[in-house]
Design a protein around this ligand. Structure first.
Ligand code: ATP
Ligand code: MG
Length: 399
């Protein structure tokens, strides 16, 4: 069936005034960024609706891109016709024809936004229902729980006909909530945490601590690949790679082994806060989940959080591992995350890490290090990798 347009709906009912305009403008921009690679696609906003028009192209690849845009609650591939009764009937028939074997019941839901159109909504429902029953005698009308709802929207010059809504991903358009700094390891949890922060409208920067040569170039590449995958949902992402070798070596040399993880995390947080501030990020995001490992007890979080006043968001805090894994699989980070390359935390893994570290002890251990210099050098040595969503040319080669 010929679909030449997609209607999208967006939610967050409480939005009003200036917020609403900002939300809508950002959403339109994010959709435009997503469909840029399809030539001739237009994204327009009118009266609380966003329309994506794409002429003769196939709808599926465009739908796939659009379904990754946060802030959308409903996505409907539609047939656009002139606001003319015969044309509308033709489109309605075409829509039902394409689904006749899949559905047994239907209803028609018409809206007349253009009051100069001579037929009212109720009347349209009636007439189109009768018309469809005549065309497809095997179908029945069910106004309460139809398998197919035939939507007809009569707007100005054009009218739109579409079937059941496809669910969008929900959330808020990326960018409306300000910027955050994601602590991105090569594991399963932190990419999911980043995805969930994006879902609530945060724009993402990422920071990764890399201990070359204790950790390999491949471990770093893995993190780049994970951040690259997140650009599908978040657009451009700057990845800050922090040289962490000297700090880990110093911790290993001077601090109690059982406190090495606590001290390491405290230093990671300090550096992250500094890099966040320099880049206009207002919060940190981690993949911590309560009770998952030794460093994720409440005692441990107390001892680690001690060094910063910046808010730390932990979007996966209440999730079980399998829930996090399911999201990772769905968003495409899982396969990369399970590659075996070590991350910097495993290199100097103590035999018996403290599960209930004390922050006073952590402070005393840290005092043995030349912290200020180490942190300054790490921050100055950050390598910034600018990741943008994959470009059309690379993808087109698949066809
Ligand atoms: P993940 O699956 O995200 O690696 P994890 O369950 O392995 O998490 P930890 O190793 O305790 O948990 O790390 C907790 C959090 O600390 C991570 O989710 C991540 O946000 C951050 N983190 C750990 N290692 C690094 C690193 N090398 N660079 C940046 N952030 C890190
Ligand atoms: Mg990890």
């Amino acid at each position: 069936m010929k679909r030449n347009c997609i209607l999208v709906r967006y939610g967050e009912l409480a939005l009003k005034g200036k917020n609403k305009a900002e939300f809508e403008d950002r959403l339109v921009k994010n959709i435009r960024d997503k469909v840029r690679r399809f030539p001739g696609v237009q994204v327009n906003k009118t009266h609380g609706r966003i329309f994506i028009e794409f002429g003769e192209q196939a709808v599926e690849p465009i739908l796939e891109e659009v379904s990754q845009v946060f802030g959308l609650v409903g996505i409907s591939p539609a047939i656009r016709v002139a606001s003319d009764w015969e044309e509308i009937k033709g489109a309605v028939r075409e829509l039902v024809e394409s689904q006749r074997d899949a559905v047994r019941t239907f209803k028609v839901n018409s809206k007349r936004a253009n009051k100069t159109f001579p037929i009212g909504s109720q009347e349209m429902n009636h007439r189109l229902g009768g018309y469809l029953l005549g065309m497809f005698p095997q179908l029945k009308v069910d106004v309460h729980n139809p398998e197919l709802t035939v939507h007809v929207e009569v707007r100005g010059k054009y009218s739109y006909v579409y079937g059941n809504d496809i669910n969008g991903p929900g959330g808020l358009p990326v960018g409306v909530s300000g910027r955050v700094m994601l602590l991105l390891s090569g594991g399963i949890d932190s990419p999911v945490a980043g995805y969930l922060a994006l879902k609530r409208g945060a724009e993402l920067h990422a920071i990764h601590f890399h201990s070359y040569p204790f950790t390999s170039e491949r471990a770093k590449q893995k993190v780049i690949d994970l951040a690259q995958t997140l650009t599908r949902y978040g657009g451009r992402i700057k990845l800050h790679v922090v040289p962490f070798t000297e700090i880990q070596t110093e911790i290993n040399k001077h601090c109690f082994e059982s406190y090495s993880i606590t001290v390491m995390r405290r230093i990671m947080l300090r550096i992250s806060e500094e890099v966040a501030k320099r880049n206009g990020a207002l919060a940190l995001v981690t993949g911590e989940s309560l009770g998952q490992v030794a460093s994720q007890t409440l005692e441990s979080m107390n001892a680690i959080n001690d060094v910063t006043r910046m808010p730390i968001l932990r979007p996966v805090i209440g999730m079980d591992k399998h829930e996090i894994m399911n999201i990772a699989k769905r968003i495409g980070t899982y396969e990369t995350s399970i590659l075996p390359y070590e991350d910097c935390c495993t290199v100097f893994l103590p035999k018996a890490p403290k599960t209930k570290p004390d922050k006073e002890v952590a402070r005393a251990q840290e005092a043995k290090l030349d912290l200020e210099r180490l942190i300054q050098e790490a921050v100055d040595g950050v390598e910034v990798i600018d990741l943008v969503p994959e470009q059309p040319d690379e993808e087109l080669s698949y066809f």
